[in-house]
Design a protein around this ligand. Structure first.
Ligand SMILES: NC(=O)c1ccc[n+]([C@@H]2O[C@H](COP(=O)([O-])OP(=O)(O)OC[C@H]3O[C@@H](n4cnc5c(N)ncnc54)[C@H](OP(=O)(O)O)[C@@H]3O)[C@@H](O)[C@H]2O)c1
Length: 295
């Protein structure tokens, strides 16, 4: 009989009543090309979300600037009324230009409006977790002061519109600054088997029991390509993407996964990675992977 998939076990966001499976789902890929406009096949997007939740996923990552609005509206269409225990995490700190450009914005009124957009498009009265996204596209910009933005969301928390606050695309200093304003329940930064700038940060957050949620766990818009990943995967009878996800689950118990996909087939493959065991020699090989040039 096939081993039951426990989706990597569970993790509770610190100081909250929110417990999720470590294997979640990132909804960004559900809008149109370049995360702008509607998807080619809306019914397929709805099907991915419904299958994820049916399979036990209870952590969905999103933002109202995906589409914009489109991804959240598809989540609502697919899953509302939401199952008990489903945790939807959104993020604020940017908007889209009419040409699809990504415009970073952190003024208090803009952030308040962004929270209301998320509430309306998701069909919620309160958001579980709002990540304040710092500036910079792939890596944090140290010059950014996260505190006023966290203060704006903390005020919405006091008003009962937001349960908990996280941060994204941030440095250790940004996190400490944010923690001087409000408890921070998760951190979402770029990290995967070949991009490991946050190694020390992950270990530090683990000591604080704060989950680290890597974005681009599969490499993002251009998924990971590596001869080593390919040969390790072939040896295990798995796919390279499954190996990449299994390595992340192994890397630290405070890592929660939100791989993104627009296909039910890829979703099933990604969820199955929770059950993939990586032997010690494979882990050693993968640990050395950052040195390899992408194929
Ligand atoms: N905080 C931030 O600044 C930030 C930035 C980026 C993303 N995020 C969040 O992080 C989540 C994950 O990031 P992401 O979706 O951009 O990147 P990702 O999970 O690293 O990779 C997604 C890409 O991999 C492909 N893919 C997924 N599963 C696959 C499989 N089993 N085999 C082959 N290809 C596969 C997808 O294509 P298919 O659709 O064809 O499967 C898509 O092109 C997003 O959904 C979003 O919620 C946050």
């Amino acid at each position: 009989m096939a081993e039951a998939n426990t989706l990597g076990g569970t993790y509770t966001f610190p100081g909250t009543a929110l417990t999720v499976h470590r294997m979640g789902y990132g909804a960004m890929q559900l809008s149109g090309p370049h995360i702008f406009g509607p998807p080619k096949d809306r019914a397929a997007a709805v099907a991915v979300l419904r299958r994820a939740v049916e399979a036990g996923v209870n952590h969905i990552d999103t933002s109202d600037f995906y589409g914009p609005h489109v991804t959240n509206q598809i989540i609502r269409e697919a899953l509302h009324p939401y199952r008990d225990g489903l945790v939807i995490v959104t993020k604020v700190g940017a908007r889209r230009g009419e040409d699809g450009s990504w415009i970073q914005e952190h003024g208090p009124q803009f952030l308040i409006d962004s929270v209301h957009d998320n509430l309306r498009n998701l069909g919620l009265d309160v958001l579980d977790i709002v990540n304040v996204r710092g500036t910079g596209l792939m890596a944090p910009e140290e010059g950014f002061d996260v505190r006023p933005a966290v203060e704006a969301i903390a005020e919405l928390q006091r008003r009962g519109l937001v349960k908990h606050i996280g941060v994204s695309n941030v440095s250790a200093r940004h996190i400490a600054d944010a923690q001087s304003i409000a408890p921070i329940v998760c951190v979402q930064n770029l990290y995967n088997v070949v991009q490991r700038a946050d190694d020390a940060l992950i270990d530090d957050l683990a000591k604080q029991h704060i989950p680290y949620v890597p974005f681009f766990p599969l490499g993002g818009f251009t998924p990971l390509q590596s001869d080593t990943l390919n040969s390790v995967a072939a040896g295990l009878g798995a796919t390279p993407m499954q190996v990449a996800l299994a390595w992340l689950l192994h890397r630290s118990p405070n890592i929660l996964l939100i791989p993104g996909t627009s296909s039910v087939g890829h979703l099933e493959e990604n969820l199955a990675a929770s059950n993939l065991k990586l032997p010690a020699d494979v882990l050693e090989t993968l640990d050395g992977l950052t040195q390899e040039k992408s194929a």
